[in-house]
Design a binder for this molecule. Structure first.
Ligand SMILES: Cc1cc2nc3c(=O)[nH]c(=O)nc-3n(C[C@H](O)[C@H](O)[C@H](O)COP(=O)(O)OP(=O)(O)OC[C@H]3O[C@@H](n4cnc5c(N)ncnc54)[C@H](O)[C@@H]3O)c2cc1C
Length: 278
């Protein structure tokens, strides 16, 4: 059975009563089925207006779960979102960006999902809605492993909530793949840095993807950077020990050892780019 409701209440009824699976842009949904048919009814949420668009509130940005990467790229956003926009530009090609959504990327929870590091670096939360009510979770808690989230089957990810605290910070996203475009990442990093009037680092948030079962913040490095001058010596401050929390694996794209080496280079490069030294 295939349903395409135009309001959220009808979609929530379908997931609750029929255990329907959610279909957004379908760019992960269909490839994951392979040759198979869906094993449950499908509720297509692409016609639900409440789930689309970006709103700037007093304290938060609210990005609807059905917002596509192209829509995000077309929306004027402050520099703190530059890393998220850079990630959006790297998600497949134009056709994928026109269909693929932020909600789909997060619910699919691939370790290589490009939006996760920039959203972690922005302290994003997700809002999940069901007939039982609404709950909010930090993104860092929502994704619990490789393609595993805390979403219950009766919940729809309604929006991503981003505090405006670092909206004017500088931000950079770097992705390393086997080729430049249309590639799943070997390693990626998002950096958000706010400087004070003396060009000392006031806040640093750094998140790494594709180097553990889920992307994660590297908090020891973040702490080590606070108060440090944002100059050409920054690179040297980043050591392998700071990236100890990562647990890269060998897979078809790269070995764990290569990932460990590569991530150190891209973290240093992203920091330099972020503070304007490369
Ligand atoms: C050729 C190609 C290249 C790609 N390249 C990249 C890339 O470079 N980087 C990258 O990160 N990804 C890439 N992807 C993956 C994909 O495009 C993205 O993850 C996209 O954002 C998924 O969004 P979607 O709307 O298509 O999700 P869907 O495929 O519709 O859904 C994905 C999963 O999330 C669930 N879901 C979707 N929305 C919701 C919601 N609001 N609430 C609850 N559950 C929901 C679905 O049930 C499904 O399990 C690529 C895919 C293809 C086919």
């Amino acid at each position: 059975m295939y349903l395409r409701p135009t309001n959220l209440a009808a979609a929530l009824d379908a997931v609750a009563q029929m255990s329907a699976c959610v279909l957004a842009g379908g760019t992960d949904f269909y490839p994951s089925l392979g040759e198979k048919w869906p094993s449950a009814p499908v509720v297509d949420i692409t016609a639900i207006r409440e789930l689309k668009g970006i709103i700037c509130g007093q304290d938060y940005f609210r990005i609807g779960g059905m917002t596509t990467w192209s829509e995000l790229l077309e929306t004027p956003l402050p520099p703190g979102f530059d890393a998220l926009k850079a990630a959006a530009r790297e998600i497949g090609g134009a056709q994928i960006q026109n269909r693929g959504t932020i909600g789909g990327n997060l619910c699919n929870a691939s370790p290589a999902a490009d939006s996760v590091p920039p959203l972690l670096a922005l302290d994003a939360e997700v809002e999940l809605i069901s007939r039982a009510g609404t709950r909010r979770l930090p993104l860092a808690d929502f994704i619990v492993g490789n393609r595993k989230t805390l979403r219950r089957a009766d919940e729809i990810l309604s929006c991503v909530i981003i505090p405006r605290t670092l909206e004017n910070a500088r931000s950079v996203f770097l992705k390393l793949g086997a080729r430049r475009y249309l590639v799943i990442s070997i390693a990626m990093v998002a950096v958000v840095v706010a400087l004070d009037e003396h060009r000392l680092i006031r806040h640093a948030r750094i998140a790494v993807g594709s180097c553990s079962a889920r992307a994660q913040r590297v908090r020891e490095l973040e702490a080590a950077l606070v108060g440090v001058p944002a100059d050409s010596r920054l690179q040297a401050l980043v050591s392998p020990q700071h990236l100890h929390c990562l647990s890269p694996i060998d897979d078809v794209r790269a070995t764990a050892a290569y990932r460990r080496d590569a991530v150190l280079v891209i973290v240093r490069r992203a920091l330099d780019t972020c503070v304007g030294y490369s």
